[in-house]
Design a protein around this ligand. Structure first.
Ligand code: KG4
Ligand code: ZN
Length: 359
């Protein structure tokens, strides 16, 4: 094995995906250089377990992680044609997330590291998302990140490895959560995002006048809020009842348009602030959009247009790397390992339900 190549096993169990991945990364002078290669990316989605409840049930999620993680790790080694002894480090999500699930991945990672006498690295799941675009593209620091998932809606400045500034975040629901709740109230399936996107294609985006929360609030800065939008959608749906396909399409399209306006307005302001802060002058900036909601083609095209307007390049990881996965955890582990940014007492790293990225 060449000295300048590292292999990292990553584990992810913080929500409703059980995942194990192995990533190969070239390193030079304490940095991972370039995207490297994903040698294994095992993901088991628990969507069917949680679908009847319209959302993730923490206890069921933890049990499913426990039942499947060991097998997925074995499959990952098999895919990569490597063994535990070939790894340079083991990385696992240590938070934020559902604590029962986080504990399972974290404990498994520590046990593997102890057994093989390898460094263990506890990773902030949000750092995984923040670095996910670097798995497939050559994206240098700094860049602006819009993270939109079932659990998060944040704008972050990714200044460098382990150097993040939170610029704005949701004050209530995450975007994906808003999609899921909106779908539920229109009796659509779970997860709601893909269902609403598909229905919205046949709808009229201006059929319903829905609010764009916080956009006219000068104190809101770069924050988001979606709970008022969901309430307005419920009222519009009640007024339009009984719902047929055409009415659902109009509601879905109007809802998606409102979300699009909120994301574009706040991200546009963030790009302008980032340009000033980083003294980009006339150079092109970089905007990365990650998280499950980035799979939405309508929102992506609106963000792409906004990025063009602001002289930014837009990067969106492929869908399998946008949603929760362990390759991004392995990548974050590899970047930290290469830079020597690892805990002095890795076995003492605790599972955390809450863990903001910028402290
Ligand atoms: O990143 P992710 O897999 O899990 C979390 O870390 O939360 O994101 C899942 C979320 C769900 O709320 C789902 O409804 C949303 O992403 N989502 C979408 C789309 N695909 C998934 N939202 C809008 N449009 C989509 N096409
Ligand atoms: Zn996530």
């Amino acid at each position: 094995m060449a000295e300048n190549t590292i292999y990292v096993l990553g584990l992810e169990t913080s929500c409703d995906e059980t995942a194990a991945a192995i990533v190969k990364m070239p390193i030079d002078e304490g940095h991972v250089v370039g995207p490297g290669r994903i040698l294994a990316n095992q993901i088991l989605s628990q969507i069917e377990t949680h679908a009847p409840y319209g959302g993730v049930v923490p206890e069921l999620a933890a049990r499913a992680h426990l039942s499947h993680l060991d097998r997925l790790v074995a499959l990952a080694f098999n895919d990569a044609e490597l063994q535990l002894s070939d790894m340079h480090a083991i990385a696992a999500t240590a938070g934020p997330g559902l604590i029962g699930g986080v504990l399972i991945g974290l404990t498994t990672g520590k046990a593997l590291a102890l057994a093989a006498d390898k460094p263990f690295i506890g990773i902030n799941h949000l750092e995984g998302h923040a670095l996910s675009a670097r798995l497939t593209e050559n994206i240098d620091f700094p860049y602006l990140l819009l993270l939109v998932s079932g659990g998060h809606c944040q704008l972050l400045s990714v200044n460098g490895l382990a150097d993040y500034t939170l610029l704005g975040q949701t004050r209530d629901d995450a975007v994906g959560e808003a999609f899921d709740k909106a779908a539920k109230l229109m009796s659509l399936g779970y997860p709601g995002g893909p269902e609403i996107e598909q229905r919205a294609r046949h709808g009229d985006r201006s059929a319903h006048k829905l609010p764009r929360p916080l956009l006219s609030d000068r104190q809101a800065g770069l924050d988001f809020s979606f709970s008022g939008l969901k309430t307005a959608l419920r009222q519009a749906a009640e007024k339009a009842a009984p719902l047929d396909d055409e009415k659902v399409a109009d509601l879905a399209a109007s809802f998606e348009a409102a979300i699009g306006d909120c994301l574009v307005t706040q991200t546009g302001a963030a790009m302008r602030g980032f340009r000033r802060d980083k003294v980009l002058q006339n150079r092109r900036g970089r905007l990365v959009v990650a998280g499950g909601v980035a799979a939405n083609a309508y929102l992506r095209s609106r963000l792409n247009a906004a990025a063009e307007d602001e002289n930014f390049d837009l990067f969106v990881p492929p869908p399998a790397l946008c949603t929760d996965n362990a390759a991004m955890i392995a990548r974050a582990g590899g970047e930290r390992f290469a830079a020597g940014l690892i805990d002095a007492q890795p076995m003492a790293v605790a599972a955390r339900a809450r863990w903001p990225l910028d402290i």
